[in-house]
Structure formats: structure tokens, C-alpha cells
Design a protein around this ligand. Structure first.
Ligand code: AMP
Length: 374
């Protein structure tokens, strides 16, 4: 059953983080009401929602309450119990379903699905145990990366293995269950392609950004990505292939590596708006959050247009004080803070977006600001 959800109706969001907050803000512009389920009483999304349900994500009564309050339900993070989501789909309108969550929670399922869509991934092997790493690793050359199948993020749950002597470095990862080992990819750039697809199967891709990580956490996204047009075309095609193969609804962020020869391979998927798409709030005609709301509400997708080149820089806990104390120096920077009470080290507190006619000059200015020391 496909529905069109209209302003005045209520969008329920599972998860109260910054992604839910920015979804809610976009939806409220058009007059939707927002209900949110999150265990925190003062969550970033809760602060801007009409209805707050404060409970753990696996609380079936709370999920039922969310279903009761909402005309459509979406989610803003991927670590929701897929079975609970499936049960919810039986009593609420959840156009995204539970399958995309189930797939992207497990690297083994995810890689297989990407391959099935006809899109390349790094060579990999699946490993049920540490013993299997010893038995099977010769199928890959060194160096390779062992990654837990479930539960990893921001570089956690990963270990680079450069030689036979280093195999034991990966032992701990198996405490968390099965792993994969994948070839180390000598990429030249990391890019992400955010594709959004509505309940009618209509898809739109945001302008593609280039991502720079520091200590495994996204630091900067530069748009447009400084890679060859043919790589961007290949990347966009790959994202469409995956989205269509999965018949997904909502948002899928496809993280890719660009190789020396300009070809691309897919690293991983995120089934939700993505940190690398935050630039789209200021720099495009329809942000990833607006597009997400359109997709789940059965509205036509807008064809994204980039107004200007842009740089998005993440604001972690340690950047908040220097940034807010000198913000008056940067009138052209758009500051987004997510309303999190405690500025903990490495915690994502907000981001800054800068529209620019001169990317290199802006990148130099960011570095010169001293807010983001290396
Ligand atoms: P992931 O959690 O898979 O996104 O990995 C986090 C980061 O580790 C990526 O953004 C890359 O910078 C790096 N990385 C992951 N997998 C590989 C790989 N196969 N080869 C080289 N670098 C990788």
C-alpha cells in the first residue's frame, strides 16, 4: 500500500540524533508534525519534535505508541533491531521496510548485495572464526583489513594486517562474531553518493562529494568531488544499480573509493541520510533531508542542483569552544550545532558549511582558522 503523506500529518522518527533533527527541521518547514522515539529525554531531535516518546528502541510498547502517533515512520540510524522493525511494519506505515536495515547491519550481506547489483567491491573473504583467518587468509595478499561483520563504525571493529606475524592483531575482533577480510584498496579519493528513492521507484542523486577522514572520522566533505567526470558518472550509475536492485525507499549513502585509473569500487552503505550530505542544506535546491521526507511521503523527487561549490567541516567536541569563540570572524560560515549537552572529545556536535567560488582558498582558510588542528 502506497500512501501520500501531507503537511499536517505526523512523521515518526526512530532515533533522536542529529540526522533525525535535520530531517525534522526540513519536514517542519512544510508543516509536518514530528514524533520521535529516543531513550534520551533531551535528544537533538526531541528538542525540535512535537511528540517525544522517551524509551529504549527495542521497547515494543513505545514502538506501538510511535505507530499510534504517526502517519508514516522512518528511522535515522541503522542499528535498530530488524525483527522489531518488521513487527512494526505490520501495524504502521513504514515505506522503507526492514530489509535494507537487515542488509546493511551486516557487512557480509551488504557486500553480497552490492555484488549482486553488478557493482564492484574490494576482494574479500568471509570468516566465521579466528581459526578461519589462519586457514583462508592466503586467498588475499597482504596488506588486508579485517572488519567485524556487525557493529563497526568510524573505524572501530577494523584491523589492518600487513603480514602473517600480525594476524593475531585481529583475534579480538572475532569476540564480536563473524568477520570479513578485504583487500587493502590503494584509493586516491573517497567519495560518497547519496541516492534517494521514493515509494514510486523514482530516484535522485545528490551532487557527489569528496570525503576527507581524520582518525577514521569524517572531517571534511568537498563538493563537487575533485575527481574525473567519468568517475562521477560511474559512481552515479553504481548508486542507481544498487538502489534499484534493493528497491530501496528513502536514503542510501554509498561510500566509494576512486582508484588511480579512475574506476570506482564500493566500500560500504548507510541506509539513512549521511554526514557527507550535510552540505546540501545550504548548497543545493533540495537538501538530503528534504529529499528523504519527499521520498517517504510519496512526493516526486526533486532533481538536485548545486548552487555553489561547498565545504562541510565537522565540529567535534574539541572544536566547539574554539569555534564559538571566534565565530564573529567568519560571517560566511553556516554553523549547525545539534543541541548536545556535553562536548565530549570526538563526539559529533555540529558542522560548518561554507559556500565558495574558490575551493582551494576556502580549504586554506579553514586550516588557517586553527579550529581544526591536525
Ligand atoms: P569503513 O568503516 O569500512 O567505512 O572504513 C573506514 C575507513 O577505513 C574508510 O573510510 C577508509 O578510509 C578506510 N578503509 C576501509 N576499508 C578499506 C580498504 N579496503 N582499503 C583501504 N582503506 C580502507
Amino acid at each position: 500500500m502506497i500512501k501520500t503523506i501531507l503537511p499536517g500529518q505526523t512523521i515518526g522518527i526512530i532515533g533522536g540524533g542529529q540526522l533525525g533533527r535535520m530531517m525534522a527541521l526540513a519536514a517542519k518547514e512544510a508543516g509536518f508534525r514530528i514524533a520521535v522515539l529516543d531513550p534520551g529525554i533531551d535528544s537533538p531531535t526531541g528538542q525540535v519534535a512535537d511528540i517525544r516518546i522517551v524509551a529504549p528502541f527495542d521497547d515494543e510498547d513505545a514502538l506501538a505508541e510511535l505507530a499510534e502517533a504517526s502517519d508514516v515512520i522512518t528511522y535515522e540510524f541503522e542499528n535498530i533491531d530488524a525483527a522489531a522493525l518488521e513487527r512494526l511494519a505490520a501495524k504502521a506505515y513504514l515505506p522503507q521496510g526492514a530489509e535494507l536495515i537487515r542488509l546493511t547491519q551486516n557487512r557480509i550481506f551488504e557486500k553480497q548485495a552490492i555484488r549482486d547489483a553488478g557493482v564492484p567491491v574490494a576482494d574479500y573473504i568471509t570468516l566465521a572464526s579466528y581459526e578461519e583467518l589462519h586457514e583462508k587468509h592466503t586467498q588475499l595478499a597482504f596488506p588486508f583489513i579485517v572488519k567485524t561483520a556487525t557493529g563497526g563504525y568510524d573505524g572501530k571493529g577494523q584491523q589492518l594486517i600487513a603480514s602473517e606475524a600480525e594476524l593475531s592483531l585481529a583475534q579480538e575482533l572475532f569476540d564480536n562474531g563473524a568477520c570479513i577480510a578485504e583487500a587493502f584498496v590503494p584509493f586516491t579519493k573517497e567519495i560518497s553518493v547519496i541516492i534517494q528513492r521514493n515509494v514510486h521507484g523514482e530516484a535522485a542523486v545528490l551532487p557527489i562529494g569528496e570525503n576527507i577522514h581524520v582518525s577514521h572520522i569524517l572531517h571534511e566533505t568537498i563538493v563537487p568531488a575533485r575527481v574525473a567526470d567519468k568517475s562521477l558518472e560511474q559512481a552515479e550509475r553504481a548508486a542507481h544499480q544498487i538502489a534499484d536492485h534493493l528497491k530501496m525507499v528513502g536514503t542510501l549513502a554509498v561510500e566509494m573509493f576512486v582508484l588511480e585509473d579512475g574506476s570506482i569500487i564500493v566500500n560500504e552503505l548507510a541506509p539513512r541520510p549521511h554526514n557527507s550530505g550535510h552540505y546540501s542544506i545550504e548548497a543545493t535546491n533540495s537538501s538530503q533531508f528534504h529529499q528523504h521526507i519527499r521520498a517517504i511521503c510519496g512526493w516526486p523527487m526533486r532533481k538536485p542542483e548545486l548552487w555553489k561549490s561547498a565545504v562541510m567541516v565537522n565540529v567535534l567536541g574539541e572544536h566547539v569552544a574554539p569555534l564559538t569563540s571566534i565565530i564573529s570572524r567568519y560571517p560566511n560560515w553556516s554553523l549547525h550545532l545539534y543541541g548536545k549537552a556535553e562536548a565530549k572529545l570526538k563526539r559529533k556536535m555540529g558542522h560548518v558549511t561554507i559556500l565558495t567560488d574558490d575551493l582551494e582558498e576556502t580549504l586554506a582558510e579553514i586550516e588557517k582558522s586553527g579550529i581544526w588542528p591536525e
